[in-house]
Design a protein. Structure first.
Length: 251
């Protein structure tokens, strides 16, 4: 897959407005103002032009440079290579039941525009599908197609600050993970809501999970509820990492 860092330039102004403003859907991207008060980024505090510019600005130079150095694509496979039953459900504890109708993904931390996004809002963002190999340290792998949004595209909406170095993921089952920002913003790191062309099942992480060919299975949090950009890692780095598994866990 080619990482197209100029994709935003191909959007027409109308498309930009539809995507960033989710115009016509009656949806607003919410966020917290510096005062901590919950606001919409489409509140009168910002002009519509500002919203469009902010949402599609490239990431700050420090992060762009980091990404440029680290973004070698991992192999992708043709649709015919998908192994429909090979992905084993691997959940350490009870499966959480998240109502997709009321679900909101929180994106916050060291970002200029914290957001809360519903599934329709996430689904209005550019859709990416990829067929990759999922590898679990327990000794199995599966070629799977994931569909969803790039974390990179989400980052362009929230605009991580230059000091952001890590991305922390909280899940509905109390699972937690942390990634280096370059891996999190790799073009093949997705927040997936589809598996093999179907809506993601609850067992596999619905409504939203991480999927990436550059990290081992345990880094790929299911039922992601909150994504926090941060400049330092907390002592609890990851559910399996804290049991002694490698933190970076790159492939
Ligand atoms: N929230 C959460 N995410 C998780 C896990 C989990 O137990 N809880 N297990 C991890 C492990 S070890 C693997 S291999 C994959 C498995 O994904 P699957 O169950 O959809 O096959 O999810 C990862 N993400
Ligand atoms: Mo795993």
């Amino acid at each position: 897959m080619q990482f197209d860092r100029t994709i935003h330039r191909r959007f027409s102004r109308r498309q930009l407005l539809q995507y960033t403003g989710l115009a016509g859907m009656g949806l607003a991207l919410g966020g917290c103002s510096p005062s901590g008060k919950f606001t919409s980024i489409f509140s009168p505090l910002h002009s519509q032009t500002d919203n469009v510019r902010n949402a599609f600005e490239p990431l700050n130079q420090r992060i762009e440079e980091l990404l440029f150095k680290s973004q070698t694509p991992a192999p992708e496979y043709p649709i015919s290579a998908i192994e429909p039953n090979a992905l084993l459900v691997n959940t350490y504890d009870a499966t959480p039941q998240i109502d997709p109708a009321t679900y909101k993904l929180i994106v916050d931390g060291e970002v200029s525009h914290p957001l809360q996004l519903s599934m329709p809002e996430l689904q209005a963002m550019p859709f990416i599908a990829m067929v990759i190999r999922h590898i679990c340290v327990e000794g199995w792998s599966a070629i799977v197609q994931w569909g969803g949004v790039r974390l990179y595209d989400l980052a362009r909406l929230v605009q991580p600050k230059p000091q952001a170095r890590y991305v922390y993921f909280e899940s509905g089952d109390k699972y937690y993970e942390s990634w280096d920002i370059a891996s999190a913003l790799h073009p093949q790191t997705l927040l997936a809501y589809q598996k093999n062309g179907q809506a993601l099942s609850v067992e596999n992480g619905a409504p939203l999970r991480l999927a990436s060919p550059i990290k081992l299975g345990y880094k790929q949090s299911k039922w992601v509820t909150r994504i926090t950009f941060t400049n330092e890692l907390p002592s609890r780095k990851g559910y399996w990492v804290d049991e002694g598994y490698e933190w970076f866990a790159g492939l």
